[in-house]
Write a protein that binds this ligand. Structure first.
Ligand code: F6P
Length: 323
């Protein structure tokens, strides 16, 4: 292998820049020419590709976002889009591609590898829903952001004796909500993986009030049905029985921004470096993840086959801790 490209794709998250830096510098260490693809698969289709040097990734380890830009690219879902991307790779004589992103982006890497092009995936999404890795890059920092927000919400909730619904991101995964419920000391966690009827939420808020809790914090994963707004509306209709009055906060995109935590920088550096090493060793078609405290290779088709499950013990722990 002589030339390797790197791209970031899908939703951004803290840790992308440290990962790009690691990929580029490890490639240079191996004597490879490194190329950066702008705007994910969209840039691959349009040929927006530029040389990367050790200096071009200097000073980015502490920067949020991605210096390469990112995009969701419907054109790449089509075989014609993927053929265009492959033509760009061949025209520029690129021998391998590192794809940093979540499930959709890794599925793209799998498609390219099925077309015979060597790709290596790196899991990077705040949703933490990718198989073959205990943690994806960005999750730790997002959790720090959420925990900080929940601590602050708890201050105002306690002062006013209020119940708060706090919505976290995560698409169809309840991981962020569950962990932030445990570390933020929430009274309840609502996640897509567990069906919770309205009556149960109502009862819990009422009980918390009767037991003398000064606040009631409920973390709602964005994928939980019927959703935070619908729940808030129902609760407001029963305001008089609840004890607490209800307020709502959607944390939104703040969860995806900011400088990566030390854990995420280290994870990004390890996975970025290992991705290049494994690609050069001829292990394309895999994802490099972090399992039981070590880097681990998983075939891309396994990594994206189904959504990673949440830990039922943690869900139970969240309940026990909320008494
Ligand atoms: O996958 C990351 C994520 O932030 C999800 O948690 C969220 O549902 C989605 O992306 C939002 O996507 P977009 O950036 O396209 O609005």
């Amino acid at each position: 292998m002589k030339r390797i490209g790197v791209l970031t794709s899908g939703g951004d998250n803290p840790g992308l820049n440290p990962c790009i830096r690691a990929v580029v510098r490890m490639g240079i260490h191996f004597g490879l020419e490194m190329l950066g693809v702008r705007r994910g698969y969209a840039g691959l289709i349009d040929g927006e590709i530029e040389p990367m040097s050790a200096r071009s990734v200097g000073g980015i380890i502490g920067q949020g976002g991605t210096i390469l830009g990112t995009a969701r690219c419907p054109e790449f879902y089509e075989p014609s889009g993927r053929r265009k991307a492959l033509r760009t790779l061949n025209r520029l004589e690129i021998d391998g591609l590192v794809v940093i992103g979540g499930n959709g982006s890794l599925t793209g890497a799998l498609e390219l590898s099925r077309m015979g092009f060597p790709t290596m995936g790196i899991p990077s999404t705040i949703d933490n829903d990718v198989n073959g890795t205990d943690l994806s890059i960005g999750v730790d920092t997002a959790l720090e952001t959420i925990m900080d927000a929940v601590d602050k919400i708890k201050d105002t909730a306690t002062s006013h004796n209020r119940a708060f619904l706090v919505e976290t991101m995560g698409r169809n995964s309840g991981y962020l909500a569950l962990i932030s419920g445990v570390v933020g000391g929430a009274e309840m966690v609502l996640i897509p993986e567990v069906e919770t009827p309205f009556e149960e939420v109502h009862r819990l808020i009422e009980d918390a009030y009767i037991r003398g809790k000064p606040h009631c914090i409920i973390i709602v994963a964005e994928g939980w049905k019927p959703g935070m707004e619908a729940l808030a509306e129902q609760l407001r209709e029963h305001q008089d029985d609840l004890g607490f009055s209800v307020r709502v906060t959607r944390l939104g995109y703040v969860q995806r921004g900011g400088s990566a935590s030390s854990f995420d920088r280290l994870l990004a550096t390890r996975l970025g470096a290992a991705a290049v090493r494994e690609l050069v060793a001829g292990h394309g078609g895999h994802m490099i993840g972090w399992l039981k405290g070590a880097v681990a290779l998983t075939p891309l088709e396994e990594a994206v086959a189904f959504q990673k499950e949440i830990d039922p013990d943690l869900y139970e722990l969240a309940e026990i801790m909320s008494i």
